[in-house]
Structure formats: structure tokens, C-alpha cells
Design a protein around this ligand. Sequence first.
Ligand SMILES: [Fe+2]
Length: 238
Amino acid sequence: VTLREKLLDGVGLLHSVHAQIEDRGYAYLTPGKDGFDHFAFLSRLGEPIPQYDGKLIWDIVPEPGMDDVYHSKNTRALVPHTEGYELAGTPPRYLGLWCVTPAEGPGGETTLADGYEFLRGFTPAQRRLMTQVRYRWHSSEGLARHGIRISSEHPLLAHGNGRLILRFSANNVTVVDDGLLPGVLEAGRGFFERHHRAITVGQGALLVWDNWRMMHSRNPFTDRRRHLRRVLLAVRGA
Ligand SMILES: [Fe+2]
């Protein structure tokens, strides 16, 4: 394979990822080559954002002694959310996950549901309110145990780059009984339950989604060797 062929191959993959994301909110790739550079490929989709530990790649592996809290690095189920709801700025545009070691046995699927479809269940007046009322979002209990506490105020919906940005967390937003938020959270949980897709990211495979659009979560698993790697991407030049 020549360099030119390699580059053309990459362009084809990138085009396919954009098309899949535009169509259904996510793309699933099985590059099928040992040498595939997931990080380099994702960097062509957007600008990698530092994670909670300052690194550009977040290793998702169960940590010992963390199974009693809500945490990405344990074996328990997560609840539906969008990534980065607690961050001060615009949430990551894309989230990329690839698999180093899949979980043996049941569980461990990444689950996804279309947030834009969820929003169609609300009236224009409700959606307008969702862009206006600000709520307090905070990072997970698991991160707090590591001394990481991030919190910010945002509405559920915002606009960016001509698109809607959905923020959602079934558990890490301070609930106020304002006649809007409790209903949105309950509807979100129900919608996710009914409409999610469960995706087992195979070894070496890559799952990328539009984090402004999609809600995601995870099924519980038992194999503590499960290892995924995560990259968050911002829109370049935005
Ligand atoms: Fe997440």
C-alpha cells in the first residue's frame, strides 16, 4: 500500500464517518488493520480536548474500590447523558471511543439514543423554555472522590455552529421543581429506555458520535479487563 493510497483511504473513511453521523448521529468503524491510529484519525474530525486529567486520551478501565459510586471507571451501568454537561464552555462536539480489550461475557455495551428525536416530543414553547432556563450541572461522584469537582450553569438547549446543543444528565443536574426540568428528565429516561441502540465496540473498532445530538450511556459488565479509550473533540476553528 502506497502513502497515496493510505491517504485516500483515510479520506474515504472520514467522508463515511461524516455521512453516518449526519444521518443517524453516530458512526461505527471496524478499521481491520493493526496499525490503525485511532487518535490521529479522530484528530481529523475535530480538535482533541484535554480530559479531566489533562491528557487527550481518557482510559476507561474499572478502577479498584470504585464500584460503589457513579463513575465512568467502574463496572456499573451509567445513566443517559451527554458528555461535558458540567463544563463551563461548549460541550465537546464529538466523542470517539475505541476498544483495546472488549468485555468477555454479558454487558458493557455503549448505548446511544437520538436527542434530536427526543426533542421533537416537546412543543416549540417548551423547547424555547429549554433554551432560557439555566440549571446547575455538576461532575460525577466518582470524580469527586478523586478530588475533581466541576460545576456550571447552563440551559438544557443552546445553539452553536447553526446547530442545537443538547445537555442532558439523568442524575448530575440539580433538580428544581419548576414544572419543566423534572418532566424533561423523566421523559429523557423513558425515551432512552425505549429508543436506545446497544453497541458492543469490538476490539480495534471505533465508535464516534455527535455529542450535541446524541444521549449515551453504558450497560453494566463483569469483566474487569474491559478497556476503552475516549477522545473528546471540539469543532475546529470555533
Ligand atoms: Fe459519558
